[in-house]
Design a protein around this ligand. Structure first.
Ligand code: NAD
Length: 248
């Protein structure tokens, strides 16, 4: 995939989809900055797994919704590996509620992490990527950002915003050879979806033509593709990885 020695920052990489992305990028030779926001233990495990497979990685704590914290993250990545070649904006949260019941802080928390976080991290790497005249930014949106989903007005607005941000950033940065794409996963088995009621999961399954839930690795492989030379002529796109759930 041509990622040997490249520095990749993956936000929210201590578990779930972010963890799979970090492992997959490392397996292709990238040196990975495993960003985490909570306890260091799980992030350390990801770093150790990468190192055990002969790769390079560090764990760096940062809250993607906080500008100063994001600056520190990018500075640490640059000081450690000397470049920032790939940014994967993966960190995300849900605070589900029906619109009429949604509290202001449920709205703010989700928009701040899932949308403002992408803006802050993208802005923070742009200067370095412009200097390098090369870079790849891959944003993890969601299929609900395309199709909508009752009970998730905050999350849907953020994820739809990420798709718009992807297009605009791709347009602004194309002349500097910085390529920006998004992935819109469907229903992927992670701790984020584990807690959903069984009847809801079964109802979802019925809407998936491939009749199974996705795995974090399904997303990680597409991220690696977007980061690689195979995607040299692709920017501003959103790839839906959802077992065929939404065809639009
Ligand atoms: P997850 O909850 O397992 O992982 C999310 C990670 O983000 C966690 O490690 C968490 O600590 C981190 N995080 C949260 N807030 C953060 C912050 N402020 N700063 C830094 N890190 C923070 O969820 P997941 O299922 O692995 O989801 C990963 C991404 O994929 C999210 O953006 C999510 O919205 C998106 N997504 C997931 C699914 C799914 O079905 N699982 C579907 C579509 C999109």
């Amino acid at each position: 995939m041509g990622l040997m020695g490249k520095c990749a920052i993956v936000t929210g990489a201590s578990r779930g989809i972010g963890r799979a992305i970090a492992l997959e990028l490392a397996s292709q030779g990238a040196r990975v900055v495993v960003n985490y926001s909570g306890s260091v233990e799980k992030a350390k495990q990801v770093v150790e797994e990468i190192q055990a497979n002969g790769g390079e990685a560090i764990a760096v704590q940062a809250d993607v919704a906080n500008g100063e914290s994001v600056q520190q993250l990018m500075q640490t990545a640059l000081e450690t590996y000397g470049s920032i070649d790939i940014l994967v904006n993966n960190a995300g949260i849900t605070r589900d509620n029906l619109l009429m019941r949604m509290k202001d802080d449920e709205w703010d928390d989700v928009i701040n992490t899932n949308l403002k976080g992408v803006f802050l991290c993208t802005k923070a790497v742009t200067r370095q990527m412009m200097k390098q005249r090369a870079g790849r930014i891959i944003n993890i949106s969601s299929i609900v950002g395309v199709a909508g989903n009752p009970g998730q007005a905050n999350y849907v607005a953020a994820k739809a915003g990420v798709i718009g941000l992807t297009k605009t950033t791709a347009q602004e940065l194309a002349s500097r050879n910085i390529l920006v794409n998004a992935i819109a996963p469907g229903f992927i088995t992670t701790e984020m979806t584990d807690g959903l009621p069984e009847d809801l999961k079964q109802a979802m399954l019925k809407q998936i033509p491939l009749a199974k839930l996705g795995q974090p690795e399904d997303i990680a492989k597409a991220v690696t593709f977007f980061a690689s030379d195979s995607a040299n002529y692709i920017t501003g796109q959103t790839l839906q990885i959802d077992g065929g759930m939404v065809m639009a």
